[in-house]
Write a protein that binds this ligand. Structure first.
Ligand code: 16G
Ligand code: ZN
Length: 537
């Protein structure tokens, strides 16, 4: 059975805040950091059990609250192939996090063990990473106490970006097999990306510097490290917002979420000497999202801010990869996965070129859907995304015999792209390099990239409601089934505006409901969004 005495003793040192309710949601368990000690301890226990269930394969635990403010923190579990925790475990995580006493805790753990038939005599191995938040230190200690109580082998990976942790998990589990993903170290990660990138851009000339907003988070040291492996002629970056030792600056007026939500430059960029036409991008606080942007228009005159978000990255990548596949002369189906937040113009653009599917919000849904294509391009509009190459696609790319020098070139590029792209999860560093590669290959600046389609004016509003769980959705969150009658009222409002679309869904990460609205005419956007919000509030 479970080491109940050890667990109880250790749990008494990590008491649960009375009455506090935790939920394992789309981003794992996330809330105010000062309430999370008991939860982290318990996630340590669960992590050990998850590994035992999988016969001792290494699973990952990442402590981060991504783009949220510095007072927040969270923990999420990573399965052996680098993907999100299998969703059937989520309700058990929630129940275990909410057990009020140590005795209830042991009982809830026993339920999990019985339900999933966990062999407690199996070994357990868990790798733990964390971001730059000051609260991480004590939370990681709590996790390690949980792992020790279960006798799990613990690898403390230290400060990592979320995608680096996913990478490590996959590498540790594939080491020495046919599917070996890479060297299971941070250095191995940089080398893998850098080598692939250098192959892809060699001989393509130098490019102008890229300005990177690191959100004052873990992306800053990671970017600095990465650049050590890439000669400056191939990648020149100007790293801004790198103040990781000033915790209050994390995601503050900067970062991918700020830029996407407010559709403007990071605060203070007017003093940073940015020029019209210059490529810029922003990471989020744990470097698993990226958005690009630039200023359009003649220098000095009024320049306009232009966002190149996850949808624009998806279309850039889908076009480029489709072309390579064609030139390579191999038969692979490339498809795109989006969510309801994808700008209507991007969906229209992509649908004219490739199959497109829509899933509910959250990486696990997109990732899963992308696995059904040979090459699955998935991006959320907020800049989280990656590209998956199926095992058979990778084999075809490796084994194809090229019919021409052009085909050979395309195959070589595809095979380097397989290495460049972090296929475990969206990765700001890897996606940044991918965009650089494509722009270099096409000899494009941001304006040419931006030319693919024109975004419909859009915005997202946050509405506070009494109980967000009353809001239930269908059709990949595009329609409400409850509260009864509300969807009809939304349809009626939307019908009054040109090319309009609006939907309402409960947030998976905050206690609110989100209203998305887009329409053809910019001046109609606020009236549309506010009318729908009023129906909801
Ligand atoms: C989480 C998701 C992200 C999604 C966001 C939506 C993962 C790893 N992250 O951060 O993909 O876009 O939630 O937040 O799945 P919301 O439900 O509050 O709108
Ligand atoms: Zn993130």
């Amino acid at each position: 059975g479970l080491p109940a005495t050890l667990i109880t003793q250790a749990s008494d040192a990590h008491p649960k805040p009375q009455g506090h309710k935790f939920t394992y949601g789309t981003a794992g368990l996330r809330t105010k950091a000062d309430t999370l000690d008991s939860t982290c301890f318990r996630v340590g226990l669960i992590g050990a059990l998850r590994s035992k269930k999988l016969g001792g394969k290494t699973i990952g635990l990442m402590v981060t609250a991504s783009h949220n403010p510095v007072e927040d923190n969270g923990v999420k579990m990573v399965d052996p192939r680098g993907e999100m925790l299998e969703s059937s475990w989520e309700p058990f995580c929630t129940a275990i996090a909410n057990a009020e006493t140590s005795d209830e805790l042991v009982a809830s753990l026993e339920k999990l063990v019985a339900h999933f038939k966990v062999d407690l005599s199996a070994p357990a191995s868990v790798v733990v990473g964390y971001d730059t938040r000051p609260s991480c230190q004590t939370l990681v200690k709590a996790i390690i106490d949980g792992l020790s109580a279960m006798g799990a082998q613990t690898i403390d990976a230290g400060l990592k970006t979320t995608p680096q942790l996913h990478y490590l998990v996959k590498c540790l589990n594939t080491q020495g097999t046919d599917e070996a993903y890479g060297e299971p170290t941070e250095e191995g990660y940089y080398k893998k990306l850098a080598n692939a990138y250098i192959k892809l851009v060699s001989g393509k000339g130098e490019s102008a510097p890229l300005t990177v907003d690191c959100a004052n988070g873990v992306g800053a040291p990671a970017l600095l490290n990465l650049t050590k492996y890439i000669p400056a002629e191939h990648l020149s970056v100007r790293a801004l917002r790198t103040a990781t030792s000033s915790p209050n600056e994390l995601n503050h007026g900067c970062g991918a979420d700020f830029v996407k939500t407010n559709q403007c430059l990071p605060a203070g960029y007017d003093k940073e000497d940015v020029k019209a036409g210059e490529r810029m991008c922003s990471f989020d606080g744990d470097a698993d999202r990226i958005v690009f942007y630039y200023l359009k228009g003649p220098a000095g005159a009024k320049e306009s801010f232009r966002l190149l978000d996850g949808d624009k990255i998806a279309s850039l990548a889908a076009d480029y990869l489709s072309e390579l596949v064609k030139v390579a002369g191999i038969d692979l189906e490339l498809g795109c996965v989006q969510t309801a937040y994808a700008n209507g113009s991007s969906t229209k653009y992509l649908k004219q070129r490739v199959p497109v599917t829509c899933t509910p919000t959250g990486v696990k849904h997109l990732h899963h859907a992308a696995e059904s294509y040979d090459i699955g391009v998935y991006f959320e509009a907020n800049g989280h995304g990656t590209i998956l190459f199926s095992a058979s696609a990778q084999r075809k790319i490796r084994e194809a015999s090229p019919g021409s020098p052009a085909a050979q070139g395309a195959l070589e590029q595809l095979s380097a792209l397989v290495d460049l792209i972090n296929q475990t999860v969206g990765d700001a560093l890897s996606d940044m390099l991918l965009v650089e590669v494509i722009l270099r290959a096409r000899q494009w600046g941001p304006e040419e990239w931006d030319g693919a389609y024109e975004d419909l004016p859009n915005k997202i509003l946050k509405v506070n409601v009494k109980d967000r769980f009353l809001f239930k959705t269908e059709d990949a969150e595009r329609r409400l089934t409850s509260p009864a009658g509300l969807q009809d009222k939304i349809d009626e409002v939307v019908g009054k505006y040109k090319d309009a679309r609006s939907f309402v869904r409960p947030s998976g990460t905050e206690d609110c409901v989100r209203v998305y609205a887009e329409c053809a005419i910019a001046s109609e956007l606020t009236p549309l969004a506010t009318s729908v919000s009023k129906l909801v509030a």
